[in-house]
Design a protein around this ligand. Structure first.
Ligand SMILES: Cc1ncc(C[n+]2csc(CCOP(=O)(O)OP(=O)(O)O)c2C)c(N)n1
Ligand SMILES: [Mg+2]
Length: 726
């Protein structure tokens, strides 16, 4: 659209630092943004859309940002108010309205997300959630991935035999990542984790705080000690800082230009704090008269960026009243036309609901992931190959896969051999508290294997940022007991990224987590289980091997597949003689959802996984030896998906079922299995489905207590005998 600049422009001497034409362009985008909000508000009142939140009052800051950056080349992790930003970088009014009505053709989410939840592949706008501040960490990972691709362009090549066959990797030498957040959400730990990570790594990320003075009804001084976020962040090294009037589009534009230049030059990140205002309430579900005084609201209204910009264009004789009216009318027409079109768009089909929960491209349960172990090789000195522990074969898998795939990066707490170069040269190196990542940094370098700050949400958030750009982060949470700070990222971001973006974005991260008890002294904070909390999350694969060979094959499947995987490694099994295996070569894979019958039997089915597998086998052997009961023991190996066929086949044969697991019984993993057996195999059962599980408590330090709390072979045997006599 050609810009309409009045002849009056000739007469002005004060068209600002950017020229009259730019000022008019700013105003045009600002008005379009406001008119789209107003149109949505109308539609909401007519009950034609179902939610409305506006960007009113933030337009100047956002237009300045959008026009200063490079659409399709720079990357964007916006906030839910960022309508004007997204318009300025290329999202169409129609696309916005399609989301508001929840149309099938909504390009950001296919009708799955509320309006103002952005996402556009071509424009590098990564799918937005409603969780405030999670997006900041994604921006960090995204910038890290960009830096990595620029230093290793060969890593971007497509490969047909794994997840790299899908998705286009793009990167530009001078790209900048913009992420925005409200001032209230700077209270989140993820904000501070972001500032710390950016400062450390000097990444080209602009963090924009859109400060409208309120977080719903909570004023800024409650969230920000002293009331000014700029003052609080000022001591972080390497940043370019700017605190600006975010109701002035010109000041905003210039500030973003300056920040982008600083980032592109490789000096480090930038922080822009824009003071804007809220022209309307927080959302259409809020009424700010309930918590703001009339005087305050009146004073704020004077700072409305549209009112101020209109006055300026008139005062500086850049546009006449009639020209302004015409411009506004035209934007209103565009908004109305977009709404009209969107209201006629097709709605999503019911059958589409489950699409994109998991990858549509790669099925990790498929035959392509069933390979045979390679024939064992003798050692270099001719000695017969020795069986190796789960820890060894997991470490071997990581080495093999990192050699094969240069998109893999490994990070977490203590996972590097040594962060300091002199220490790396002069010491053996750490390589993880359980040594699972030992030697990876030494072989693959600091940009592929590195320690992170002690911040679990940041590990996950950064991994998501890497993964949306086609990288394969294989990250570690040091102990399952400390996964909880990352839970928000796992539940609301990692698992849902593909579904909420209707398949446009995905985050196939592999998350390795040591889990479980039986440690003698592990106590509450080093012995937790809790897998059922994660199997309850759609979009996430959950794996829990019981032996070295399975661990090796399943980790490889996790890495080569296209879904996020929670890979649970039982600490007690890491170095256990039980379950040692021969190295199966660099291509051994086990499909997900394929259980293993670890002891065939005819009289009872015992379903289990993880560290209960050896305990269940022990109980089964005693049952056979001392009581003549022939038990079939099934190791599920993967918990989501799980092998229903294997369960059903066994239960049809034995008619008696016991489910055993270490995690607590109530609402536990076994409850779902038991319920489904009762539901679908009722006719085949001769007895109720029984469970043996951890007590409904925590794991205690004193071994006497731990032994009682966790299921032991004796308790499993007792349940077997009870069930047999039922
Ligand atoms: C993690 C999280 N907690 C709470 C909410 C509910 N919520 C939505 S917006 C909001 C206030 C955000 O305030 P601010 O960051 O200042 O942004 P603004 O809405 O003012 O633009 C809250 C509490 C949420 N979406 N996410
Ligand atoms: Mg706010």
């Amino acid at each position: 659209m050609a810009l309409k600049v009045s002849d009056a422009q000739e007469k002005t001497t004060a068209a600002g630092r950017v020229g009259a034409e730019k000022l008019v362009e700013f105003y045009r985008w600002m008005v379009l943004s406001r008119r789209l909000d107003d149109r949505e508000i109308l539609l909401k009142r007519q009950q034609k859309i179902f939610f409305q939140i506006s960007g009113a009052g933030h337009e100047a800051l956002q237009v300045g940002a959008g026009l200063a950056l490079k659409p399709g080349s720079d990357w964007f992790f916006p906030y839910y108010r960022d309508r004007a930003l997204c318009l300025a970088v290329g999202v169409t009014p129609e696309a916005m309205m399609l989301q508001a009505v929840g149309a099938a053709t909504d390009p950001a989410s296919g009708g799955r997300q509320m309006p103002m939840h952005w996402g556009d592949n071509a424009l590098n706008i990564v799918s937005t959630s409603s969780s405030t501040a999670t997006q900041l960490l994604h921006a960090v990972g995204c910038a890290e991935a960009g830096r990595y691709y620029n230093q290793h362009p060969e890593a971007a090549a497509k490969h047909i035999d794994d997840y790299r066959a899908f998705g286009n990797v793009k990167f530009q030498g001078d790209e900048v990542v913009l992420t925005c957040v409200g001032e209230g959400s700077t209270s989140q730990g993820e904000f501070w984790e972001t500032i710390g990570a950016l400062s450390n790594s000097k990444l080209p990320v602009i963090v924009c705080v859109e400060d409208n003075g309120y977080a719903i009804s909570v004023p800024v001084e409650v969230n920000t000690p002293g009331g000014n976020i700029s003052k609080l962040v000022a001591s972080f090294p390497n940043f370019h800082f700017a605190e600006i009037d975010g109701t002035d589009p010109e000041a905003s534009y210039l500030a973003f230009q300056e920040a982008a230049a600083y980032c592109r030059a490789g000096h480090g990140p930038a922080f822009i704090h824009g003071h804007c205002m809220r022209a309307y309430s927080h959302s259409l579900s809020d009424d700010d008269k309930l918590y703001r005084t009339a005087a305050e609201r009146a004073a704020d209204a004077l700072r409305d960026p549209l009112v101020r910009m209109r006055a300026r264009l008139l005062k500086e004789k850049i546009m006449t009243e009639a020209e302004l009216d015409a411009l506004e009318k035209e934007q209103d027409r565009i908004a109305a036309a977009a709404a009209e079109k969107a209201l006629k768009a097709p709605l999503p089909e019911i059958f589409s609901i489950t699409k994109h929960v998991y990858s549509e491209n790669i099925d990790p349960t498929g035959a392509a992931f069933a390979t045979e172990p390679a024939a064992p090789k003798a050692d270099a000195d001719g000695k017969a190959p020795v069986a190796r522990t789960m820890a060894d074969l997991l470490n071997a898998c990581l080495h093999d896969e990192m050699r094969r795939d240069d998109r893999i990066v490994v990070f977490g707490e203590d996972v590097a051999d040594a962060s300091r170069p002199t220490a790396l040269a002069e010491t053996k190196g750490k390589g993880g508290v359980f040594k699972l990542t030992a030697g990876l940094q030494r072989e693959f370098g600091d940009d592929r294997v590195f320690n992170t700050p002690l911040a679990e949400a940041a590990i996950l958030g950064r991994a998501i940022g890497y993964a949306v750009r086609g990288m394969k982060p294989v990250v570690e949470i040091q102990f399952f007991d400390y996964i909880w700070p990352a839970m928000h990222q796992i539940r609301n971001e990692l698992a849902v990224m593909r579904w909420r973006s209707n398949g446009a974005w995905a985050a196939p991260v592999v998350l390795r987590v040591p889990i479980g008890g039986y440690l003698t002294g592990g106590s509450i904070y080093h012995s937790q289980s809790g897998e059922s909390i994660f199997t309850h999350i759609p979009g996430l694969r959950v794996v829990m091997p019981s032996n070295a060979l399975d661990a090796n094959g399943l980790l490889r499947t996790a890495i080569r597949s296209d879904d996020p995987v929670l890979f649970l490694e039982h600490k007690r099994l890491y170095r256990e003689p039980f379950g040692k295996g021969l190295y199966p070569g660099p291509d051994y894979m086990i499909p997900f959802g394929k259980a293993k019958v670890v002891r065939p039997g005819t009289q009872m089915t015992l379903i289990t996984y993880g560290a209960v597998v050896p305990r269940a086998l022990q109980a089964a052997e005693t049952a056979a030896r001392e009581h003549g009961i022939d038990i079939e023991v099934i190791d599920l190996r993967t918990l989501s998906p799980y092998d229903w066929e294997a369960i059903a086949t066994s239960v049809r044969k034995t008619s008696r079922v016991l489910v055993a697991h270490e995690d607590m019984q109530s609402w536990g993993y076994g409850a779902e299995i038991a319920a489904r057996i009762a539901d679908e195999l009722f006719e085949d059962l001769d007895a109720p489905v029984r469970r043996v599980a951890g007590m409904d408590t925590f794991v205690a330090y004193q071994p006497l207590l731990e032994d009682e709390i966790l299921p032991q072979p004796g308790r499993i045997l007792k349940a077997i005998l009870e069930l047999k006599s039922y």
